[in-house]
Design a protein around this ligand. Structure first.
Ligand code: BEZ
Length: 311
């Protein structure tokens, strides 16, 4: 089946007008009609009711259109990905990461990888969880560390671990005298939000990840302020401007001015994922996984993912 014929059909189905599509695609109208007829011959089905004005899809045409438009997009992406496949320099590993990962085990993992592969040129690039998908597809990064699940075609996510979330409060705040914190107690405070992209739920709804923690408990913070990133959020907390919620590995930042408290109950976590293109067998990524495995062993971190356990 000719991809350009498929593309033509999808265009006509969208516009509902053969001559308009011919003009927009820059193809003479008889050629466009012939392409659709050839597609109909291949499928053994009439796709368009040409008697109808404006033209109308037949039931088979409508069925084909609904599925073809999604698959053509993926197929076009697949063609680009395959053309670029394996073009990254074998001795380079471009690693994308979200800012909060930098304060955790990333430096340990990178230094272990440098010992394992001394000649590998490792480049670290800050890329938000959301942008990592695009950066992987364009080859800007070979691998990414992020905190959110995505269900994008051609992207594979390997769950690494759950990291505990803690509340960051100005040390002079009266709530900072507590040993632990509840969401109820926090809902009257100024909550500083810092995520650049909202989280997508299976229902299709999107939420700011910190606000979602409150909504899940049927609470809404009274006051919120949005800033550019997690470092700015912690800067504002240290200046006494509000409170925020961060992964535990950020506990060292502004320690003199910020008190970090666990939640009660202490079961609020953020997941860490390793993102790659599906089916990418880059040996440097395998070496990176082995480095993560080694660091987790050194730090006594339980490895629940069988892929990590069996390295
Ligand atoms: C971690 O904190 O578990 C982690 C961070 C970066 C790379 C791998 C693991």
């Amino acid at each position: 089946m000719d991809l350009s014929h498929l593309n033509t059909f999808i265009h006509v189905a969208k516009t509902g007008n053969i001559s308009q599509s011919a003009k927009m695609l820059g193809v003479p109208q008889p050629t466009l009609s012939r392409h659709i007829t050839q597609l109909e011959h291949t499928l053994g089905q009439k796709l368009i009711d040409r008697q109808h004005r404006p033209i109308k899809l037949t039931p088979a045409g409508n069925f084909f259109y609904q599925h073809a438009k999604k698959n053509l997009h993926e197929l076009t992406e697949l063609i680009t990905l395959t053309k670029n496949f394996g073009k990254s320099t074998p001795n380079t590993l471009n690693i994308g990461f979200v800012a909060s990962i930098l304060y955790g085990l990333l430096p340990d993992v990178i230094s272990e990888l440098r010992t394992r592969l001394p000649h590998l040129d490792i480049r670290l690039i800050e890329v938000s969880s959301d942008e990592q998908t695009h950066a992987l597809k364009t080859g800007e990064i070979d691998v990414g560390f992020g905190r959110f699940l995505s269900s994008q075609a051609f992207i594979q996510q390997l769950f690494l671990r759950h990291e505990q979330l803690v509340v960051a409060l100005p040390t002079q705040h009266q709530l900072a005298k507590n040993h632990s914190m509840t969401f109820e107690a926090l809902s009257n405070e100024m909550l500083i939000l810092y995520h650049r992209t909202p989280m997508l739920l299976s229902t299709g709804q999107t939420f700011d990840p910190l606000l979602h923690l409150f909504y899940e408990r049927h609470l809404t913070p009274k006051h919120t302020q949005k800033v550019r990133d997690i470092q700015v959020a912690l800067g504002l907390v240290s200046a006494g401007e509000g409170i925020t919620i961060v992964p535990m590995s950020l506990k060292g930042i502004h320690q003199d001015k910020i008190t970090y408290l666990p939640f009660s109950p202490n079961d609020i976590t953020s997941s860490i994922y390793l993102n790659t293109l599906s089916g990418d067998q880059n040996p440097n990524i395998l070496a990176l996984l082995k480095s993560i495995h080694t660091i987790y062993e050194q730090k006594n971190i339980t490895q629940t993912n069988p892929l990590l356990q069996n390295l």
